[in-house]
Design a binder for this molecule. Structure first.
Ligand code: HEC
Length: 142
């Protein structure tokens, strides 16, 4: 029984730490999605799905908002591109971004650390992700 109280305190501490780590307020989140919806201009495109996929597969290196500051980025040389840098948009169109995501960095003479997703994701998923990447680079408030 003596073990019981410290365990409860520990569990509470974990819950509190987990809650305090959620730094994006719900309103900010909504605003970002609203902007994305406007960009896609098609209401039945699931921006939420693209964002979820991006956060799941890409943000570890490219960062949650595409600035190339994911927690794995310090490991990489060259660093992942900052998608919000305007020079990225000058060379990137959706065909290019789809190719990089499908075939990986090596296919476009970039770092092989950029993995190919052609076997993991469907063509539609990759197209949605490419739109999301281009959206991030257009809207740096996201
Ligand atoms: C293991 C780390 C890592 C992951 C995961 C990753 N990337 Fe990359 N990515 C890189 C690196 C490194 C490069 C090459 C350097 C650069 O960005 O110029 C790159 C390059 C790119 C480029 C081309 C940038 C340019 O300048 O032409 C695109 C587009 C891209 N990644 C999209 C994605 C998407 C979308 C995902 C998720 C499906 C993803 N990446 C997942 C590391 C990663």
């Amino acid at each position: 029984m003596k073990l019981f109280t410290p365990l409860i305190i520990l569990a509470l501490a974990i819950v509190i730490i987990a809650l305090s780590c959620q730094n994006d307020s719900p309103e900010q989140e909504d605003l970002a999605l609203e902007a994305a919806r406007e960009f896609f201009r098609v209401t039945d495109v699931t921006v939420e799905d693209s964002k979820r996929m991006y956060l799941h597969y890409c943000s570890v290196c490219h960062g949650a908002t595409g600035k190339g500051d994911g927690f794995n980025a310090y490991n990489l040389d060259p660093k992942p591109r900052d998608f919000t840098d305007s020079t990225f948009l000058n060379k990137a169109d959706s065909a290019y971004v789809v190719k990089v995501i499908t075939d990986g960095g090596r296919a476009v003479d970039l770092s092989a650390m950029m993995p190919p997703y052609g076997r993991t994701l469907t063509t539609t998923e990759i197209e949605k992700l490419a739109e999301y990447v281009l959206f991030l680079s257009r809207d740096s408030t996201n």
